[in-house]
Ligand binder design. Sequence first.
Ligand code: HEC
Length: 109
Amino acid sequence: MKNLLFIILLPLFIYGDDFISDYEYGGMLYENPRGVSCSKCHGKDGRGELIATYKEDGLKKELKGPDITATTLEDMIKSVNSFHDVMPTYSLTNKEIQAIYEYIVAKKK
Ligand code: HEC
């Protein structure tokens, strides 16, 4: 009888609302957004990261992913859905982008 109860309740533990928190979900998407990790270019906490250095006309140049900690949700949705020279195009839903946004906001605190 005890085992039966366990089997009935198991899905609740697996699929329950707080199996992973919104923060963890946003973090997972930020690290693995079905494509190249955002953190590779924007840093672990969204404060920006050096992507590469190169030389142009004998001058040392830096390619950086910008700080995105002050970006609004609206701008983030626009950015992630549009074409850029360096940043890849993603196919994330607005909800997924919102989870990433909230993760970065929470990290900032
Ligand atoms: C290959 C590096 C790279 C990856 C990966 C990347 N970005 Fe970017 N991102 C950039 C660069 C560089 C820019 C500046 C625009 C440009 O030149 O592409 C940018 C711009 C942005 C902007 C606009 C910032 C501003 O100041 O207007 C946002 C928001 C953003 N990225 C969010 C993300 C998110 C969220 C992800 C993951 C889903 C991501 N980026 C993945 C390199 C990257």
